[in-house]
Ligand binder design. Sequence first.
Ligand code: ATP
Ligand code: MG
Length: 323
Amino acid sequence: MTSSALRAQSLTRVFRTRGTSHRLALDAIDLDLPRGQVHGLLGPNGAGKTTLCRIACTVLTPSGGTVEVLGHDVVSDADEVRRRVGIVFGGDRGLYGRLSARENLQFWCAMHGVPRRATAARIDELLERLGLASRATDLVETFSRGMKQRLHLARGLVADPPLLLLDEPTIGMDPVSALEFRTLVAELRAEGRTVLLTTHDMAEAQALCDTVTFIDDGRIVGSGTPGSLRALQAEGGVRVRIHGLGTEAHSTLVSHLPDDIVGEHDPATGCTDLVVDTRAAPAVVAEALRLGHVEVTTGPPTLQDVYLRLLGHRDGTDRGMAV
Ligand SMILES: Nc1ncnc2c1ncn2[C@@H]1O[C@H](COP(=O)(O)OP(=O)(O)OP(=O)(O)O)[C@@H](O)[C@H]1O
Ligand SMILES: [Mg+2]
């Protein structure tokens, strides 16, 4: 039995766009994800994460290369793959609004060939597990976004799959539900399942993933355990966060620091993050204080810092490469 849950070799996917132009969404991806772990697939919009998930669940076919799920080829052995994969996409797709939560799950149990006598108990268990038991008979169109997202998760689990593909599963979840989701993923892992998780939430990835793979423009740009990537990022460095800065104050601060220190400013939180050499950190903190910024925190680099170093040049737009 192969120890790989998902293995991609030279995986390429080209989309035909308008006219004769093409878009290279995945460019010779090599990936080997061991069983029983949580793997993060991280990268900016348009990087190719959903395309990879769609190929792994047989919805799309590769343009080149191969993908095996638990030893089964996604093209020549698609039925075997479908039996072993649960898929959860973010958003509203795939749920029937005019049916109740229970009816939606009954439909998906039938689709996945869950034996009739096991269906009711399976659905009860899932509704309970996802905190939807009290809304089981309500129409899904009356559900909030986060509730629909939890129903998506239940749907992904109906066939008891050994591999779960979770594509931005916490979109729209409130903070408490998102925390409960982390507990659920830990439970799924403890049950021996493999999880491939795509998320833009680096704190979530850092908390949940055994390994992460960063992709950009269809290519892998980094991979490893969150710990090893953070250690690499640190290389004796420290993360300094200065709070309560507007864009102008951020520019002023950076102009007072040595040229080789690059600061990332988040206008939404008013925080500037810098990863600096340990020896340089006291001077940076002193400069921030001198400029009147008294809320300064330090700590080890985070996965967010790793992301910014690898992909910080991106502006968030979909620049999928035309070929
Ligand atoms: N059906 C399609 N037809 C044409 N191009 C497509 C299609 N699906 C995806 N693409 C392109 O492939 C590239 C990868 O898209 P994909 O949806 O895999 O990105 P993603 O990493 O999931 O992004 P996001 O974080 O925004 O969900 C993008 O350039 C996208 O425009
Ligand atoms: Mg996507």
